[in-house]
Design a protein around this ligand. Structure first.
Ligand SMILES: Cc1ncc(COP(=O)(O)O)c(C=O)c1O
Length: 386
């Protein structure tokens, strides 16, 4: 066999094959998993990009420090402190999106066969990174309050995990917000069963409902490995994410990153750095929230109109997704083609479950379509699942 053991364990994204569904203008798409380009501050980015290229070429067009630009690390540490996490710039490693952070953490922590606990459902890019290191994945149940603690305890006893991967704030794909009390319980179980917690938080700033408490798990315990990203609040093409981790893990992560890419794109980091230093991130986040808040209301209103009594869905108090559960006999994966033929696309739930469950679920995003198409799309969906 030419391929390494890890390469033999690589799994292509099970939802990429649905990506083509989102580009046919006749098909109204709830299937996308990406932010709306309408939220990208393109003119400001263009102005900053031109300026840093002309005036700061020795930084923006040069190799840079593996850990990232010093001022941006400071800024990110400030973001994390405002979220309640005790840290300084030295605790921050800037990465090429939080996807690279997932890959580096998997590289540095996992040996083949190590068990990673993931939520049912979970983010497919996370599982891809763990499978790529030949890890074994085991699922823990979720309900509307997040991870079900009894399920976590049971799994911890049964499979002796090394790591728990959790997305507590407006999870991709479920849109759920983990209750703060559950976050305490997660840490208690992690302590009792001696596993690490990897917390992925790209959606925590995208809040649409009052009273949503997004305080990270990492705010309670400096041993939690915390991931953040500018992708959902600024633009994912500026590949800029970060890791905050204990020193004993951050050092090896930085060396693994040297091997992976020497440093993240300095032009991307220079643009993000100037944008943040000019005080523009706060107003930008407000604009993004306002943009999605309206779309979310439209989608939820249409679901109420067409699916009330026939399905349940998560309130999407933040993030980009709502998660719909239909009656037990429905198989959403089997209905994708019929649905596309009827002019509406969604992502079936099963690929997000490492145990293959979730047949009667689907992920819907409100990020992509204008309001009128969101309403019409739900009407079409209701006819398909009549
Ligand atoms: C939960 C989660 N983690 C990580 C990522 C990766 O984001 P990025 O690499 O753009 O920071 C995404 C992207 O959709 C995500 O939903």
């Amino acid at each position: 066999m030419i391929l390494s053991r890890d390469a033999q364990n690589l799994r292509p994204s099970a939802i990429r094959r649905f990506a083509k569904l989102i580009n046919d203008p006749n098909v109204i798409s709830f299937a996308g998993g990406v932010p709306s380009p309408e939220t990208f501050p393109a003119e400001r980015v263009a102005e900053i990009a031109g300026r840093v290229i002309r005036e700061k070429r020795a930084v923006a067009l040069q190799y840079g420090p593996t850990a990232g630009l010093a001022r941006l690390r400071e800024f990110v540490a400030g973001i994390c402190r405002r979220r309640g996490i005790a840290c300084s710039a030295d605790d921050v490693l800037l990465t090429t999106g939080s996807q690279q952070a997932l890959d580096l953490v998997a590289h540095v922590l996992l040996d083949p066969g190590d068990v990673v606990l993931v939520e049912l459902p979970t983010y497919i890019g996370g599982t891809s990174s763990f499978y790529a290191r030949s890890a074994t994945l085991a699922g823990v149940a979720q309900d509307d309050g997040g991870i079900v603690i009894e399920s976590l305890e049971e799994a911890a006893r049964r499979v002796k995990p090394k790591l728990l991967y959790a997305i507590p704030n407006f999870q991709n794909p479920s849109g759920r917000l983990m209750a703060q009390s559950r976050r305490d319980e997660v840490l208690r179980v992690a302590g009792e069963h001696d596993f690490l917690v990897l917390e992925d938080d790209p959606y925590g700033e995208l809040v649409y409902a009052g009273g949503a408490d997004t305080t990270p798990i990492a705010a309670r315990d400096a041993q939690v490995i915390y991931l953040g990203s500018f992708s959902k609040v600024l633009a994912p093409g500026l590949r800029c994410g970060w890791i905050v981790a204990p020193k004993s893990i951050l050092g090896p992560l930085e060396i693994a990153k040297q091997a992976a890419d020497l440093c993240s794109g300095m032009l991307d980091q220079s643009i993000v750095d100037e944008f943040c230093a000019a005080g523009e991130l706060g107003p930008q986040i407000e604009r993004v929230r306002a943009f999605y808040r309206g779309k979310r209301a439209t989608l939820l209103g249409a679901l109420e109109e067409h699916f009330s009594g026939r399905a349940t869905w998560t309130p999407a108090d933040g993030g980009l997704f709502t998660w719909m559960t239909l009656s037990d006999d429905v198989d959403t994966e089997a209905r994708v083609e019929e649905s596309v033929a009827a002019g509406v696309a969604y992502i079936p739930g099963t690929p997000f479950f490492v145990d293959g469950s979730g047949r009667n679920t689907m992920r819907l995003t409100f990020a992509k379509e204008p309001d009128a198409r969101l309403r019409e799309g739900v009407a079409r969906l209701a006819r398909v699942f009549a």
